[in-house]
Design a protein around this ligand. Structure first.
Ligand SMILES: Nc1ncnc2c1ncn2[C@@H]1O[C@H](COP(=O)(O)OP(=O)(O)O)[C@@H](O)[C@H]1O
Ligand SMILES: [Mg+2]
Length: 483
């Protein structure tokens, strides 16, 4: 018999096989309660779903004569079911129905799961839905089967609750009420347990994902650390190159500067040589007059003076450059005249600044002697001047650079100012960072001001700051304590 709606039941069915069990209500009530309590206890203790549902059906089985229950669970495909629980049903029967496809006329449970409605077969021998399973049921001694769908709160079929009897049996209203109640408890348990199972699966998947992310993060942290170390090494290397480059440019300045006096001295020496030969020839020919000898003496004296002066200039230049390069090399403090030192630095930069039209204004006490690190100071000034030349002015554009020095509270304050194009606040905020350059295409390394800051802080133990705005030029203020 098939009931498509609950609790309505055709009267013809009732008349066919009358079923009387007056105590069922009280017993089943008790059984439902026991089963529910047992199941809930097990559930709370974390037992697996089959054990929990087994407790539910065992209680009701023990309360009713000749009753064997089953709970079938819908598979994930939504087309077949597995036999989850059937504590009293023979194993061969459970194995046979396990995995069966559901369908409009597949036994009671298959049909109930398919339609989402209760399906009652009061007599398996005559019920058309059971035709393919009659022999199996005979072996298992099963004659009646009432099945009720286990529905989720959203109406989805989760499985079926089946009640089997060994005799032909029609359910009473109370039986149907009992099976409905059991199915709804099973629904509650299955739905909640599946949800918590899904939750724990999601949690495990999430944990796995987090672990994977952590591993990836560790790996990229390691790579980052390596990259930073490499970057530091490259930076150190570049600093050395930059220092060597400034030394190299000083050597080329020296060669250039020394060329002129030496050239003049050489010319004077060859002129002297020629005059000497000329006067010796006149002497050997007895034609050397007194006036010719006097002229020779005068010219010789003049040439000697030129040679001496120019050789002296060369020697001075060489020692100046030697001192500059020594200072840059060993960064040792010594007492020196600041004004002459700045002039020497400008001299060393002369060949490099030839293509720029820069005018320098020095506001410096010519007698100011300080005890400090001349090497650091020269490197800082060279970087600031070369930056003005490279970044502040267009080639050929006239520019003014002023260097002013003040001493206050045993601190020296050097103000360096150009009247070039200045920089934006964005550029200004990055200028002391290593490798920051707005002139990559023109060979800027972005290390100049970083080196300046390093020297000011680490060698001079002072500070450097910069003020600038577009069109307003640049002003650097270097302040450090005198030793
Ligand atoms: N006098 C200046 N006028 C305008 N911009 C400047 C000046 N000095 C430095 N800058 C800016 O600061 C940046 C960083 O300078 P620096 O560290 O010396 O690196 P680099 O000269 O190799 O570019 C320059 O690229 C430029 O944008
Ligand atoms: Mg620079």
């Amino acid at each position: 018999m098939l009931y498509m709606r609950m609790p309505a039941m055709p009267s013809s069915v009732k008349a066919q096989t009358p079923f009387k069990n007056l105590e069922i209500s009280a017993i089943s009530q008790k059984a439902v309660e026991t089963g529910r309590n047992n199941a809930l206890n097990l559930w709370v203790m974390g037992a697996p779903i089959d054990q929990v549902l087994c407790a539910l059906v065992s209680a009701i089985e023990s309360a009713c004569d000749d009753l064997q229950c089953s709970i079938m669970l819908m598979n994930a495909d939504g087309k077949s079911m597995c036999a989850l629980v059937g504590p009293s049903l023979p194993e061969f029967f459970l194995n046979a129905i396990d995995g069966l496809d559901i369908g409009p006329s597949v036994g009671s449970c298959g049909a109930s799961a398919y339609s989402g409605q209760p399906v009652v077969a009061a007599d398996i021998h005559t019920h058309p839905y059971w035709k393919p399973f009659r022999e199996l049921c005979q072996q298992a001694n099963l004659r009646a089967c009432w099945s009720y769908p286990i529905l989720a709160t959203d109406g989805k079929v989760l499985g079926t609750f089946g009640m089997y009897y060994s005799t032909v049996r029609e359910p009473s209203e109370q039986d149907l009420e009992l099976i409905r109640t059991e199915a709804s408890i099973a629904a509650l348990i299955i739905e909640k347990m599946q949800a918590s199972e899904q939750l724990s699966q999601a949690k495990t998947a999430l944990e796995k994902q987090v672990q994977q992310r952590n591993r990836e993060l560790d790996k990229s942290n390691k790579q980052l650390r390596q990259a930073l170390e490499q970057r530091y090494e490259v930076q150190q290397h570049l600093l050395e190159i930059e220092n060597l480059a400034s030394m190299g440019s000083m050597m080329s300045s020296l060669t250039h500067e020394v060329n002129t006096p030496i050239g003049v001295a050489v010319t004077a020496a060859s002129h002297l040589q020629a005059q000497l030969q000329k006067s010796r020839l006149l002497f050997e020919q007895n034609q050397l007059t007194r006036s010719a000898l006097k002229a020779f003496y005068d010219e010789s004296a003049e040439a000697m003076l030129i040679i001496e002066r120019n050789l002296q200039r060369s020697a001075e230049l060489v020692s100046t450059f030697k001192q500059l390069s020594l200072d840059q090399h060993n960064q040792q403090p010594r007492t020196f005249n600041l004004s002459s030192y700045v002039c020497e630095i400008l001299l060393s930069l002369k060949p490099k600044l030839k293509k720029y039209k820069l005018q320098f204004c020095l506001e410096l006490d010519p007698d100011l002697e300080i005890l400090s690190h001349p090497g650091a100071l020269s490197q800082i000034l060279i970087n600031l001047i070369m930056n003005s030349a490279m970044h502040a002015f267009e080639p050929g554009q006239a520019g003014h650079i002023s260097v002013a020095v003040q001493i206050q509270d045993n601190h020296l304050e050097l103000r360096y100012q150009d009247d070039g194009k200045g920089m934006t606040s964005e550029t200004l905020s990055h200028i002391f960072e290593p490798f920051f350059t707005s002139a990559k295409q023109r060979g800027g390394s972005g290390l100049g001001l970083h080196i300046c800051k390093d020297l000011v802080e680490k060698i001079l133990h002072g500070s450097i700051r910069c003020q600038s705005a577009p069109g307003q030029g640049c002003q650097f203020v270097v302040r450090f304590p005198l030793i």
